[in-house]
Design a protein around this ligand. Structure first.
Ligand SMILES: C[S@@+](CC[C@H](N)C(=O)[O-])C[C@H]1O[C@@H](n2cnc3c(N)ncnc32)[C@H](O)[C@@H]1O
Length: 287
């Protein structure tokens, strides 16, 4: 199985990282050092970048997402993503994957567990710009005994991972770092894009907007060919205001819906809502 330090690279000079006690340090001339936090995550956001402080989702969004995901409502999402990735790359004894935009690591940990349950040893890296997300992911990995899953605070558009180091890159409801995925994927690897389907959360959107628009699909990155597509569709019955609020707060609608729609939604005691999720597995174009 691959060691984490064989995959991670220094965000400043791109040199491989080595591990020594509670730190990673780079093997380049300057030996940049990155301490591993008590929770287990490592901050590989380039220091001093102005946008670091505001990068990634805010704490409200992260907290709501955790509250909602731990209800198990989206477990089928990580299961389908793991299965489709595995199908496309074929059975391997060991895999390395990256989850780009991993939030608080819920799906990252479930994907790692899915592979382990199939007897496939698995090294995983969850990367998110939000430090509190990486921290939550590290704590979850520890609770679940996933000692080969490393959470990193980092920028997915400058992934701190070595060239051709990953069998699979996951992008789950997150911006898609096409060029970076192409760089870190092994030649026979695959990028798994999970995105909202056209009628995802339709009833919630109807309450918020009256007459919502059908969503357009996400733009797939250049340099890849579609190997597999699936749409997952099911209904969930949200039983109380707290669960409705948690789902709402983790969506982009939280920031941009009209006030009347928000008040109407948050006054509901229950809501049946359609989950519609698109899965697209992409492989690198043959050069
Ligand atoms: C909608 S959330 C999805 C989180 C997780 N994949 C899930 O499905 O639970 C998108 C995530 O992408 C992260 N993100 C956005 N831009 C990023 C960037 N440039 N680098 C790293 N993470 C980023 C956000 O912080 C957020 O946690």
């Amino acid at each position: 199985m691959t060691d984490i330090h064989e995959i991670l690279i220094c965000p400043l000079c791109g040199a491989p990282l080595a591990r020594q006690e509670g730190s990673f340090f780079c093997t380049g001339v300057r030996r940049h050092c990155y301490d591993i936090a008590a929770s287990g995550y490592v901050n590989l956001l380039p220091p001093g970048k102005k946008n670091n402080a505001r990068a990634g989702d805010d704490k409200d969004m992260l907290r709501s997402r955790s509250r909602f995901l731990f209800g198990g409502w989206y477990d089928a999402v990580s299961d389908t993503a793991a299965r489709m990735g595995c199908q496309v790359i074929g059975n391997r004894n060991a895999i390395t994957f990256a989850d780009a935009g991993s939030g608080e690591g819920y799906h990252t940990c479930r994907i790692a567990q899915w592979f382990q349950e199939k007897g496939i040893s698995c090294t995983g890296v969850g990367i998110d710009a939000a430090k509190s997300g990486a921290q939550a992911g590290a704590k979850l990995a520890r609770v679940r005994g996933l000692d080969t899953v490393q959470f990193v605070a980092g920028n997915i558009f400058a992934l701190p991972m070595a060239d051709e180091s990953a069998d699979l890159v996951y992008s789950i409801f997150a911006p898609i770092p096409g060029e970076q995925a192409a760089r870190i994927l092994k030649k026979d690897g695959a990028l798994v894009v999970v995105s909202a389907g056209r009628e995802h959360l339709w009833e919630m959107r109807c309450t918020l907007y009256g007459q919502p628009r059908i969503s357009e699909g996400v733009q797939m990155p250049a340099g890849f060919t579609v190997a597999e597509r699936e749409t997952l569709s099911y209904e969930i019955n949200l039983p109380d205001q707290e669960t409705i609020a948690a789902l709402f707060t983790m969506t982009p609608f939280y920031y941009r819906c009209p006030r009347e729609g928000r008040e109407k939604l948050l006054a509901l005691d229950k809501l049946t809502v359609k989950v519609e999720v698109d899965f697209t597995v992409l492989v690198l174009d043959e050069a």
